[in-house]
Design a protein around this ligand. Structure first.
Ligand SMILES: Cc1ncc(COP(=O)(O)O)c(C=O)c1O
Length: 382
């Protein structure tokens, strides 16, 4: 649409200027600000179970580094996060040339797409895969091939068959958000061996710490990355490390590919406090262990409580539950929000009967369950 000109300058048709492939890209809608909900509804607090954050907060060692970094706020950070790259590489038995650090793993994902994809290329994802895969590929204009899931799980064999010589990236979050399901090392290796030489597998292990104890969960770092140059692994500091607000993630792959990503990366992409806090978080094994144990305990208890209220939950290996509701998911989410509990409706995934609920503290769960009962009884009475 042509906008009226202002102050005599020429009118600019921004819809015509934007790259055509962007027309099919939906803007990210984060939902209403929870602080606004709290103020408008006069709530004491809003229980945050919508974004898979760490209910225990962050490692005290990371927080101390964060405070220690404050006097350096006027300095540029190290350009490519060299200390964090080294610390991450050492922690995982890798060479630092195999590692790139991003402003969240989402930035690394975008870098990968910007480095590799053109509108002539294809990517393969599964039907209910983490939405950002499709979104980043769509921004570059690549064609997205979607493969149905089996039992809410990526069907890696069929995804491998869907990859052609036009395919550059095959995406799999493991465990997957929002379904919480995961794929085994055997399945991953079979896929890596079956891919055409033009295609990489991107294994997004944002929730990997929560799944690592499951027998058969892939040992991607360092094992699979060493064996397979066509594997790229994503990790984040936003989940088990509890640093979502600092925006730090890592990508691990062949050094030649990392070199290309580094050409595209914006210099100083990760802030100085974030680099320092992430280094400290990597060394705080006790906090990580506590986070994973709390998640396992909380997840099983919450699943049991929700089932007793008539919900079905799939087995989840992440820090969240994929929940089928007896009422439309967005109605449940709206009702809960009005009572001070935020959960994630899944209409954007084409799953109107489901919501995703993050694992919280016991107190969070008590408030959630009370609110769920409130919404259900209100519906019964209506
Ligand atoms: C599967 C998956 N990958 C990546 C991310 C993004 O992580 P980050 O905060 O590092 O950008 C998320 C966030 O929820 C996720 O669910």
């Amino acid at each position: 649409m042509r906008k009226p000109s202002s102050n005599g300058g020429p009118a600019v048709d921004f819809d015509a200027l934007a790259r055509p492939c962007l027309r099919s890209v939906k803007p990210f809608f984060p939902g209403k600000r929870l602080a606004d909900v709290q103020r408008e509804r006069k709530l004491k607090r809003v229980v945050r179970l919508a974004s898979n954050e760490n209910p225990l907060g962050a490692s005290p060692r990371a927080l101390a580094e964060l405070r220690g970094a404050a006097p350096e706020a006027h300095r540029y950070p190290d350009c490519s996060s060299p200390l964090l790259r080294r610390a991450f590489a050492e922690a995982h038995g890798l060479d630092e040339a195999q590692v790139i650090i991003g402003n969240g793993s989402d930035e690394v994902l975008r870098l990968l797409c910007e480095t590799l994809l053109t509108p002539e290329d294809e990517v393969v994802v599964s039907q209910y895969a983490y939405l950002r895969f499709k979104q980043h590929a769509g921004i570059l204009g690549a064609k997205v091939i979607e493969v149905p899931m089996v039992d809410w799980t990526h069907d890696l064999e069929t995804m491998g068959r869907a990859a052609s010589t036009r395919t550059k990236l095959v995406f799999a979050a493991n465990p997957n958000n929002p379904t919480g399901t995961w794929n085994t090392q055997e399945e991953v290796v079979r896929l890596l061996k079956s891919l055409p030489p033009t295609a990489l597998l991107v294994l997004d292990e944002a929730y990997g710490h929560f799944a690592a104890a499951h027998a058969g969960y892939p040992e991607s770092l360092p094992g699979l990355v060493r064996r397979f140059p066509n594997l790229f692994v994503l990790r984040t500091f936003s989940k088990a490390f509890g640093l979502a607000g600092l925006r730090v993630g890592a990508g691990v792959g062949d050094p030649a590919l990392i070199g290309w990503l580094d050409r595209v990366r914006i210099p100083f992409n990760v802030s100085l406090p974030a680099q320092r806090a992430a280094c400290a978080a990597l060394k705080d094994a006790a906090f990580l262990k506590k986070s994973v144990a709390a998640c396992e305990r909380g997840r099983e208890r919450l699943a049991g409580d929700l089932r007793r209220l008539g919900f079905s939950t799939a087995d989840s290996a992440g820090n969240f539950l994929f929940v089928e509701c007896p009422v439309p998911g967005h109605e449940l989410a709206r009702g809960l929000l009005h009572l001070g509990v935020a959960v994630h409706p899944l209409d954007e995934y084409g799953l109107p009967d489901h919501v995703r609920i993050s694992v919280g503290t016991d107190a969070d769960h008590r408030e959630l369950l009370r609110a769920v009962e409130g919404v259900l009884s209100e519906r019964r009475d209506a």
